[in-house]
Write a protein that binds this ligand. Sequence first.
Ligand SMILES: CC(C)(COP(=O)(O)OP(=O)(O)OC[C@H]1O[C@@H](n2cnc3c(N)ncnc32)[C@H](O)[C@@H]1OP(=O)(O)O)[C@@H](O)C(=O)NCCC(=O)NCCS
Length: 164
Amino acid sequence: MEVKIDDATTDDLPAIAAILNEAIETTTAVWYDELRTQDWMDAWFELKRLKGWPVLVARFDGRVVGYASYGEFRPHAGYRDTMEHSVYVDTSVRGTGIGRKLLAALIERARTNSVHVLVGGIADENTASISLHRALGFEEVARMPEVGQKFGRWLTLIFMQMVL
Ligand SMILES: CC(C)(COP(=O)(O)OP(=O)(O)OC[C@H]1O[C@@H](n2cnc3c(N)ncnc32)[C@H](O)[C@@H]1OP(=O)(O)O)[C@@H](O)C(=O)NCCC(=O)NCCS
């Protein structure tokens, strides 16, 4: 399976939105309900560009099948070298190594950009994401029982981090 990791362009935004919106509608990977519009994606991508935060995409067979990015962890100067990241893979190709490739590439980019810590906020029921992060060297550093909710049930958040 020939998968290429690239920096995203504006042409990739509809595909990124489709992957994200599927996760919003059907999973507890994200804890909001509003689907992302093209305008929202444009503003998101422009902020990433202005801040120098990467948006990486995985391309396979001529289409975008996943993406990964990071951005501010908390909006205070003291946290400036810590980034919170996310990684999403299209349902059709999950379990084929793309999430691992994307996250590994994002870690490398973070190192290049002198990020000191990467943090992932993950629902404790998201075993795929937890395993992926553990496989790449992240460790669980916090667990916050029932701090969120979706689909009518309480959700527990864990933070996994890697000091780069
Ligand atoms: C989490 C996610 C990004 C993983 O991507 P993926 O491409 O399916 O994962 P990979 O095939 O690269 O697997 C890499 C490792 O992750 C773990 N993993 C992946 N899927 C798993 C599953 N369903 N159950 C358990 N572990 C799993 C394994 O450790 C795997 O390593 P291995 O293949 O050597 O066993 C993907 O499932 C996804 O997009 N989920 C919905 C969105 C989401 O949860 N994003 C993360 C938000 S915190």
